[in-house]
Design a protein around this ligand. Sequence first.
Ligand SMILES: [Zn+2]
Length: 154
Amino acid sequence: MRTNTFEIVHDRPYGAGVMASQPLAKDRVIADLTECATADEPSIYTIDVGDGRHIDGPQVRYLNHSCAPNVYVDAHLMHVRALRPIAEGEELTFFYPSTEWDMVGPFACLCGAADCVGTVTGARNTDTSVLRHHALNRHVEERIKAASAAGVTR
Ligand SMILES: [Zn+2]
């Protein structure tokens, strides 16, 4: 799948990925998520958009995680946008805990970022000091607030 903003490739060492198909300016909307299907239940491919809804589609299924992401999945505006200028051919990545509270399939992150979370498990099990460095969706912010109000050890 190739659009004028992204291309899905299947030749990454870890499987598929999504690459910028042209240079993208900061804040450029890269993919519209309103056409995504609603999944019956969360999986390793879905994205949590709040209110118990999880979406799936080629626009999100192959977006890999990075602890130094270059795109943001906006579950309110239902789009993917650039967090910074992105070069043509650069892989698009987002910070999974920005949408996921709990993850169906936690994994060891190999992104190599200075503040890499190590094991990606969702916001619930990510240190608050790390989460503060990232833009988070409102449904995740609300879960963090609720957990801290309940005195849950995180
Ligand atoms: Zn990482």
